[in-house]
Design a protein around this ligand. Structure first.
Ligand code: NAP
Length: 286
């Protein structure tokens, strides 16, 4: 291994400390999470989010609804949270159960409280190059790149994965940082033709070690977003041997993972600033 490992833990810790200070300055901030059913992974993620919120003194409200809740009932609950002045951020834990239209529920969240950045308004602002509330994991990727002073202006960046949660938003953020960006996906022909060209490679495919060491350009920066649970524990989307070619590589676990919750907390502070008029939210300017 010759690559410098880009650890997320210490940076996430600093961001959380900054968030705690911001919360003290802004006064009570409320974050509501919405969960339908009892998906085990969702319950674990939510527990971590509530714990992290409590540590920075964000007041978090855990709204759990039975699997059988109707879409109209759920929409009414989201509307009530929109109208609740003590709530600055709303997070709908995905995936929702199959009988619910996820896109409709996300659209029901007030964009100014949309701390996940999934509402079409916020996704649209990002697309237009005017980021407002941006999904947490892509923000975490960009913060790590900044922390390790990875040059992006003019760099060739390749993103593997085009989900609305990671791939597409991170590609837009890289584009905004003046990288030249290619987005690859499961239909990409000859993936390694792209990855071998990448100065900065961000992988969010959800396929264990889909990027092998020989697919990584010498001296490049590789950000592995993947979290895959296998018999051997948690592995990323990139073979750790890629560290023999790359100059910088995020470890899994301990790279992007710790950044996500830190950026969610930061987004919650941002939403609170919008709601208090400390920052101008674009909708209010109509
Ligand atoms: P997703 O919604 O399943 O999207 C995966 C993307 O990868 C899709 O665009 C898919 O292409 C593409 N893909 C799949 N197999 C591929 C292949 N063999 N070659 C090239 N592209 C391929 O997943 P996601 O939500 O973006 O998450 C991706 C990974 O990141 C997962 O491991 C997830 O657990 C992890 N994750 C981590 C964090 C964190 O905090 N670190 C946060 C979110 C997600 P198509 O569009 O053609 O299907």
């Amino acid at each position: 291994m010759t690559a410098t490992l880009m650890a997320g833990g210490p940076l996430a810790e600093r961001i959380r400390a900054q968030v705690a200070e911001d919360v003290r300055g802004l006064g009570a901030i409320g974050l509501a999470t919405v969960q339908v059913g009892e998906d085990e992974a969702s319950t674990i993620y939510l527990r971590l989010k509530h714990k992290a919120a409590a540590e920075v003194e964000i007041v978090s409200v855990d709204r759990k609804f039975p699997h059988a809740i109707s879409e109209e009932e759920l929409l009414a609950e989201v509307t009530a949270l929109n109208e609740d002045d003590s709530i600055d951020g709303i997070l709908v834990q995905l995936p929702l159960t199959k009988h619910l239209d996820e896109a409709r529920v996300i659209r029901a969240v007030d964009p100014v409280k949309d701390v996940d950045g999934f509402h079409p308004f916020n996704a649209g602002e990002l697309y237009l190059g005017r980021p407002t509330l941006v999904p947490a994991t892509p923000l975490g990727v960009m913060a790590l790149l900044a922390e390790y002073k990875i040059p992006l202006d003019g760099a060739r960046a390749v993103v593997v994965g085009r989900s609305t949660i990671v791939g597409k938003p991170v590609a837009h953020l890289l584009l905004q940082a003046n990288a030249t960006v290619a987005i690859c996906h499961s239909h990409t022909d000859d993936l390694e033709r792209y990855t071998l060209d990448a100065d900065v490679l961000v992988v969010a495919a959800g396929v264990p070690e889909v990027i092998t060491a020989d697919m990584v350009k010498s001296g490049s920066t590789v950000v592995d977003v993947g979290i895959n649970r296998t018999g051997e524990g948690i592995v990323g989307d990139v073979d750790p041997d890629a560290g023999m070619h790359a100059a910088f590589l995020t470890p899994v676990p301990g790279g992007v993972g710790p950044m996500t919750i830190a950026m969610l907390l930061r987004n919650t502070v941002r939403a609170a600033r919008y709601r208090r008029g400390v920052l101008a939210f674009p909708l209010a300017q109509r």
